[in-house]
Design a protein around this ligand. Sequence first.
Ligand code: BDP
Length: 714
Amino acid sequence: EDGHEAWLRYAPITDPTILAQYRNLPTQIAVLGDTPTEHAAGTELQRGLTQMLGRPFTVTYGLGQILTSSNAILVGDLESLDKMYVKKQKLPKLKPESYMLGTRNNGAVSQTGIIAADPHGELYGAFRLLELVAANKPIPTTPVTESPSAPIRWVDQWDNLDGSVERGYAGRSIFFDAGHVRPDLARASDYARLLASIGLNGLTVNNVNSDLTTLEPDKLKEFALLAEALRPWGIGMSLSVDLSSPQVVGHLSTFDPLDPTVIAWWQKKTDEIYTLIPDFAGFVVKADSEGRAGPSQYHRTPAEAANVLARALAPHHGVVLYRGFVYNHHLDFHDLKADRARAGFDNFASLDGTFEPNVIIQVKHGPIDFQVREPVSPLFAALQHTPQAIELQTTQEYTGQQRHMVFLVPMWKTALDTDLRANGRGTPVKEIVEGKSFHQPTGGFVSVVNVGLDTNWLHSPLALANLYGYGKLAWNPDATSEQIIDTWTRLTFGNDPEVVSTINELQLNSWHTYEQYTGNLGIGTLTDIIGIHFGPGVGSAENNGWGQWFRADPKGVGMDRTVATGTGYIAQYPKELAATYESLATCPDDLLLFMHHVPYTHILHINKTVIQDLYDEHYAGAATAATYPMLWQKLHGHIDNQRFDQVKALLTYQAGHAIVWRDAVNDWFATMSNIPDAQGRVGHHPDRIEAESMTPTGYEPIDVTPIETASGGE
Ligand code: BDP
C-alpha cells in the first residue's frame, strides 16, 4: 500500500454479510453513451466493482447494447434515455452535472441506474456508487438526486514550468520538468481521476506566479497535451496568466489593458488557445500582488483588466478567476493604521457591479493568508453584484506542511458557515459563493493543492483527507466534518471499526491541537513569514512589510483593528458582525488578538488572562500531540505495515515538533511580557534533550537568529 490509489483502493470485500448486500448488483454495466468521459465512467465501474466484489463485471457502450439485457447497471444521460424510450417515459429534470442513483429489484429483474444530466454527471454517479460499496453502505432503493453546489469546483496547482512547486511539500511537479510539459502524463491523468472522483471539474496547472513564457505558441501546444490527459475525467484545464504577457510574449510596447492593441492581443491569444484546447476553462490572474505586474501600473483597476480577458473568453464560454489577493507587501510596521487585512476590501469593494459576468473574484477565506485561524474575508459580503469563489489551501503551507497532521475541513467549515449577515439577513459564506445569497449565476470553490511526484501525492497519507474533504465540501458545503472523515477513512484504510474510530478521532481534533501549540487566540501562525513558513519564528513575523503582524510589546499583544482606535478594518464587515468584533465584551476569544490589542492581563471570556491562556494552550496542544503516536500504535496489524510505519514516523515527528513550538512561543512571550507562568512550567524544558547539551560528532554549534527558531539560540 504505497498510497498512490488514495481513496480509490477498491479493496476486496471479504465479509460474506457485506457481500450479500450487493448480491443483486448486475454484472453487466450498460453505458448508453460513447464519449471519453462515459468510457471513463464505464471502465471505472468495471474496475472498482470487479475488484471489490470479486466477480467479473462487463461493460458495453452505446444504445444498441442495452435492450439485450434487462439485468444491468444502466448509466446514461437524459438525452440517451430519451432516445432509448422513444419519449414514452417521463424523465426527471436534472441540473447540469447532476445525477440520480437508485437500484430496484423486481423478482428476476434487477436494475441499478445512474441517470445523469450529462456525461460529467454520469461520472460523478459512477464514483458515488463505488464509494457506497467501498464504505459498505447500501445502494439506495429510492433514487436519490445529487447536484453540485456551484459550477466552479477547481484546483490550483502552484507548479512552475521548471518542475518545482511553490509551497509544494510532496516532491516535484507531476506536469512539468525543465521548462516543458512532461512527455509522460500518466500521473496527470491519474490526478484528474482523483479529482473527478470527488466531484471537482477544473484544474489550473501552473503557478499563480505565472511563468512569463506561459502564453508562447510553443508552450500552448504543450499545454494542449496536458488538457488532453485531463479531458476524459471531465477536468477542464485553465492557466494562470501574467498581465504583462502582451508585452513579454506579444512584444507590444505596453500591456495597458485599455490599449486597443492590448485588447486585440488578448482576443487573438485566447482564440489561439481555443483552437488548441476547445474546452479550455479560463484564466487565473494574480496581479498587483507580491511583485506581480498589474493594471495599477497604468492607473487601471482590476475590473478594467479582468474585463478585457473576460470579453476575449466569453464567446468560448471561458471564465476569468481574478484573485482578490491584491495587497502591498511593503507596509510600514510603525504605521499603526497600516493593515494588510484591509487590502482585499479596499481594492475590490468599490468595483462591485463593474465586472463582466464571466469574471469571478477568487477570495482567500481569510483576509491575510491561510493562517491557522482567521475571520472570514469581509469582501465576501461586499461583492453583491459579482460572482465569487472562495480560495482554500489544501497544501499545508502554514499548517505544518504535511509533516503535521492537520485535518482542515473543520477550519474550512468554520469559514463557510460564518454568517456575515449582509444587509441584515442570513448570508453564510457558503451561500454567497454558491451564488445563492446575491443571485449570482456562477461562483464556487478553488483550492490550492500542490500534489507532487511523491507516490502518495501529498507526502503524508493523512493529508489526503484534506484533498478528499475539499472536493466533498465543494460539491456540498453542508456535508459535516464527521461524515467526510468517516467515509475517507473507510475508503483509505478500510472498514475495521477500530481503524475507523481511531483515525476519525485523530483527524477531527487535529486542527484544534495545531492551533493550540502554534498560535491560539487569533494571533496567527507565529512562523518565519519571510521564508519557508515552517516551525516557530515568533519575532520574525513582525517588523517587516508583509503585514502578518500581531504587535506584541512588553505591555500587550494583538492587532488593533477596531474602528474606535485601530485600523478600522472591522468596519468592513456588515453592521451586526462589525459590532460583535468591535466590542471586547462580544469578540470571541479565538479571534481576540486578530481584532484587538490588549494587555497580557486582559481577562478572556473563559475567565483566564491572555498570557496564561497562551501558556496553557501551548502545553495542552503539545500534550495532545504527544498522544498521537500512542493512539496510532493501536492500529498495528489492523492496517498495512507500509502506511502504518510511515504515519507513525510522521506523528512521532509531530509530537516532538509540537514541543519545540510550545517552548519557543511560550519562552518568547515570557521574555516579552515578563509575566511568569502561574504553573511554573515556562522556561523549563524537562521533556527535551537540548542540542547544545549533546556533543554530536562532526557538527559545530552556531548562533541562530531569531533565537526562538533554534534550541537555546544555537
Ligand atoms: C502565499 C504564499 C505565496 C503565494 C501567495 C499567493 O506564501 O507563495 O504566491 O500566497 O497566494 O501564501 O499568491
